[in-house]
Design a protein around this ligand. Structure first.
Ligand SMILES: [Zn+2]
Length: 454
């Protein structure tokens, strides 16, 4: 493996909450030296005027459905890599897009564009034991079968269990707690897509806090923006702060967009959704043929739900000021929630991290640069028990993103949701150059990372 020396760059120091100029040497996949480095390296990068950050960690995304008919089955992982993400956590919102074993097995054998970690999804388990009706609770017998599956998947190195309650409204709180308690360590992490949004969002957050208390497991509330950014963010954040002050381990993540995106056939678009959001059919954009980039009419909306339920739809329904408010909360990380079907989807999976750094750090000054970087690196690393990532320190994994804070910019749009950003010079994964000037040089440097219970 070639050694890499990066000189003159500004590195975030999360203890002092400052940017500090440091030279760093990468050898054998690790950061081997920091400071005055006399040793010669095989590759030299002059990062003068640039930010040398730990690689971004996307604690909330949706992995690809590996397409084995393609020469290269990855797609989302490339969009993530090109926006500076070096570690992704898939399996969120209760969903796995193939069995965890198959996904992990593929990465272990072939590598991956990014490092991957994986949740085990509750709705995936429900469907595996035959609960096809999303509006009913699981029976005792079905829950017992799911518990067996949890025990089967634990050895693959899962982060914990993810829930997608809104997607299966029949799920009872008891079922959630029962499964969570079946995990054999209190170090596992739960993540949950809440039960409902808008005026029921506070109730939904309270349920997730209860689940954390009852299961004695930490809880990661998924994309809090799409839960509460309809006039309810204030109350939602206060509810979390109160729980945290009482010792319940709650964090959340948020993507920097005021539109959400999910499958048009999902329960999120059930009857009553437009009344609740105070919006209408034309506030929903469809992303694939025969309706690609078309706003819905009543007729198209129902036709798409019936005939193309797996098509991703984008709903322009939230308030940006409340997304900013969420991103400013100290317990909220940046997480993309990126989800694509090949190149169709919501731009957040290709733009979230650069968008925070351009729009909310540089342009609007809603966040300080170091604070924003913490939410993308050390914050999620700590949460995921990744003691080798999230910080530029001797001995840490050499996952590095080098960018220009003056020019970094997301380019992905709702019409072209996979366009890669500007301003990212290098992305280094496990000590080797994965991306140079927006071009992928090596898309197999990532590994599967087993969740650590140590
Ligand atoms: Zn979700």
């Amino acid at each position: 493996m070639k050694s890499i020396k990066i000189i003159n760059g500004l590195v975030p120091d999360f203890e002092k909450m400052l940017m500090i100029q440091k030279d760093i040497l990468l050898e054998d996949g690790k950061i081997s030296q920091i400071g005055n480095i006399s040793k010669e390296a095989d590759i030299n990068i002059d990062a003068k005027g640039k930010i040398v950050s730990p690689g971004f960690i996307d604690i909330h995304m949706h992995e690809e459905e590996l397409d084995m008919t393609e020469k290269d089955p990855y797609f989302i992982a490339y969009y993530e890599l090109k926006m500076g993400v070096t570690t992704c956590v898939g399996g969120n919102c209760g969903a796995n897009r193939q069995s965890v074993e198959d996904f992990v097995g593929y990465i272990q054998q072939h590598g991956s564009p990014v490092n991957y970690m994986m949740y085990l999804g509750h709705n995936f388990l429900r469907s595996a034991v035959g609960v096809e009706d999303r509006y009913r609770a699981s029976t005792k017998n079905e829950i017992e079968q799911m518990k067996k599956l949890v025990r089967k998947y634990v050895p693959t190195g899962i982060v914990g269990i993810s829930y997608g309650i809104e997607y299966s409204p029949g799920i009872e709180t008891e079922e959630i707690i029962d499964l969570a308690r079946n995990l054999d360590s209190d170090k596992y992490l739960l993540s949950a897509h809440f039960r409902s949004d808008v005026e029921k969002s506070v109730e939904a957050i309270t349920e997730l806090i209860e689940i954390s208390k009852m299961s004695k497991l930490p809880m990661q509330i998924s994309h809090i923006g799409s839960c509460s950014a309809y006039g309810y963010m204030d109350e939602g954040l206060k509810t979390i702060i109160k729980a945290r002050m009482e010792g319940t381990d709650i964090f959340a993540d948020c993507y920097p967009y005021d539109a959400f995106g999910t499958f048009i056939g999902s329960a999120a678009f059930d009857d009553g959704c437009f009344e609740k959001w105070n919006r209408t059919f034309s506030d929903v954009l469809l992303t694939e043929d025969p309706f690609k980039n078309m706003r819905c009419t009543e007729e198209i909306f129902f036709k798409a739900r019936k005939e193309y339920p797996d098509m991703i739809a984008v709903a322009f329904v939230m308030n940006e000021s409340e997304i900013i408010q969420a991103l400013q909360a100290p317990f909220v990380f940046v997480g993309s929630d990126g989800v694509y079907r090949k190149d169709s989807g919501h731009p957040r999976g290709a733009g979230s991290f650069p968008k925070v750094l351009s729009r909310y750090v540089r342009e609007n000054k809603n966040l300080d640069l170091v604070d924003a970087l913490w939410k993308m690196t050390q914050g999620p690393a700590n949460r995921l028990r990744l003691d080798q990532k999230g910080e530029i320190k001797t001995g840490m994994d050499a996952d590095i993103t080098i960018f220009d804070s003056e020019t970094i910019k997301d380019n992905a749009t709702f019409e072209q949701p996979t366009l890669s950003p500007d301003g990212i010079d290098y992305v280094i994964v496990n000590g080797e150059i994965a991306v140079e000037n927006n071009q992928v040089k090596n898309g197999r440097l990532g590994k599967f990372i087993r969740y650590s219970l140590k």
